[in-house]
Design a binder for this molecule. Structure first.
Ligand SMILES: [Zn+2]
Length: 240
């Protein structure tokens, strides 16, 4: 018997009453079959809710079957807040989409747990959503350069360019590029370099928040053609 610890980030129906859950773990994504999980009498009903952090046992070759398990954290504080649910679903879609990518899953897993705790306990949690999105670009190998011109390494007269993937000097700034306020870029770079073990001393006003939201969306769209379904739900809730 094998044991796994992870967060349920997706599930699909399997045959009449069973389902397959997708668990994001420290070694990547794994799928487990849960027999009878859709029955109201199933002992696994509560265990297999989306976004539960669980510890489970499973047997079998190929697609393994869950045999027992416990909930380590059900993130009630997130699930009871519609906005938080939409934001976290957006992050979950990102993780799901790039779960096959070759990166350090242990590192991402630890980071995800920390971020979920912060989102749970914090009132101004949107900072942590943005932090996840900007740091995740590093895992994916397309982090923006916040230090110097991406073309010539110059460090003065810099402006941020999505297309170029970071700062550009006036000579190398691309044409027809959308401009962002210096405040948004500085805030984003602070979030990018933030050490999770330190307190986060950043407040984001609404105008800056909207601009950062827009920048992250554009960056993911331009470099990865990524757009989440949850982002559309969020637009409906937030109005931007
Ligand atoms: Zn340059």
């Amino acid at each position: 018997m094998d044991s796994y610890e992870g967060i349920i980030i997706k599930q699909i129906s399997y045959k009449e009453s069973s389902k397959i859950i997708y668990l994001y773990t420290s070694s990547g994504l794994i799928s487990l079959l849960v027999h009878g999980a859709k029955k109201l009498s199933s002992p696994y009903l509560r265990l297999t809710e989306n976004l539960n952090l669980i510890k489970v046992f499973a047997t079998g070759k190929g697609l393994k079957t869950l045999t027992d398990g416990e909930v380590l954290n059900d993130y009630t504080a997130i699930k009871s807040d519609l906005d938080k649910v939409a934001y976290v679903s957006h992050l979950v879609e990102l993780i799901m989409t790039y779960s096959e990518s070759e990166y350090d899953h242990q590192k991402l897993y630890d980071f995800v747990l920390k971020i979920l705790d912060k989102i749970s306990e914090s009132k101004s949690y949107i900072r942590y959503i943005y932090m996840f999105e900007i740091k995740y670009l590093y895992m994916l190998g397309i982090a923006p350069n916040f230090k110097r011109c991406v073309v010539c390494n110059k460090t003065d007269s810099l402006r941020f360019s999505i297309k170029s993937g970071g700062y550009c000097c006036s000579e190398h700034y691309p044409e027809n590029e959308k401009t962002y306020s210096e405040n948004s870029i500085l805030t984003l770079s602070k979030l990018y370099y933030h050490d999770m073990n330190q307190p986060l001393d950043i407040t984001i006003d609404q105008a800056t928040g909207i601009e950062i939201r827009n920048l992250l969306d554009e960056y993911y769209l331009y470099h990865l053609s990524f757009q989440s379904k949850s982002r559309k739900v969020l637009s409906g809730l937030l109005g931007y």
